[in-house]
Design a binder for this molecule. Structure first.
Ligand code: ATP
Length: 256
């Protein structure tokens, strides 16, 4: 039986419900793992608390992430099923706007079939080379047990900056130990990923990536390497996480 979903655009939580439908479709199309639905639900909960909008402190993190991607020698964008289902087009646009960057598929719940579907989805939006899919090129990240320990020797393994939206904490910590700069998007300001990353954007990945592209295009035109380095130097990730937590609690106490 096919299910019809009609969400009126006037619904106060229209955007969130439409995103939920994207994840459900992603699951049905084989991009998203069943467990990915649960991870999305956790994100929805934090998004509800943050008011389903990009905060000023998330904007600062986005601006700094744009600077970090532009000063990197070899930035790699790590793609999982949820991200591929939620915002494939903007993710591919992000890749094109940082010209030295590469995209790599990295799955916690790995199946060859899912990897192929995600790769095909990225190629639909004009990405010709997707790393992480050739078993001959895979190498292990030290000290990591899960499937995500396998990374591409010419991708994440040799990257100086890794962009890991919706990431698992173990891998973030392992990548940090390898000396990489880590940028993440994670609505939970106290996840291990959020705490371990150098730049944590506490925002919905669907809202954050277009804003990140906007800042990259701005800096490419207007900022020197020195300006970008200064932005990165001044950034305080812990402060951003504290701001997010305080918005989540104060906003809601004030509603009572
Ligand atoms: P950690 O291992 O880092 O402590 P975790 O075990 O919660 O965290 P996962 O379930 O692997 O991590 O990752 C999902 C993370 O992504 C969660 O923190 C969740 O809040 C966040 N998340 C889910 N959907 C979104 C979204 N659309 N935008 C931003 N963050 C999201």
């Amino acid at each position: 039986m096919t299910r019809e979903v009609t969400i009126p655009p006037t619904h106060p939580r229209y955007a969130s419900l439409m995103n939920r439908e994207k994840i459900v479709s992603g699951y049905k199309n084989g991009l998203v793992a069943l467990e990915g639905l649960i991870a999305h639900g956790r994100g929805e909960c934090f998004d509800y608390l943050v008011g389903e909008q990009t905060t000023e402190s998330a904007k600062l993190a986005i601006n700094t992430a744009a600077a970090q991607l532009l000063v990197s020698e070899y930035p790699v964008i790590s793609v999982n099923g949820n991200v591929a289902a939620l915002c494939p087009e903007s993710l591919c646009y992000l890749h094109r706007s940082v010209h030295k960057s590469m995209m790599e598929i990295n799955l916690f719940y790995y199946t060859k079939e899912r990897e192929e579907k995600i790769s095909a989805e990225l190629k639909k939006y004009g990405v010709d080379k997707v790393l992480g899919t050739n078993p001959k090129n895979l190498v292990k990240i030290p000290e990591l047990e899960s499937n995500r320990r396998w990374v591409d020797g010419s991708g994440i393994f040799r990257a100086d900056t890794v962009f890991v939206p919706l990431e698992d904490g173990d891998r973030t910590l392992a990548l940090k130990k390898m000396g990489k700069s880590i940028i993440t998007v994670d609505l939970n300001p106290i996840s291990r990923t959020s705490l371990a990353a150098d730049i944590t954007i506490v925002d919905n990945v669907i809202r954050a990536i277009p804003l990140l592209i906007e800042r990259i295009l701005y800096h490419k035109k207007n900022s020197s390497d020195y300006d970008l380095q200064q932005l990165i130097k001044r950034f305080d990730n812990k402060k951003g996480l504290k701001d997010a937590l305080s918005i989540m609690s104060n906003n809601n106490v004030n509603r009572l």
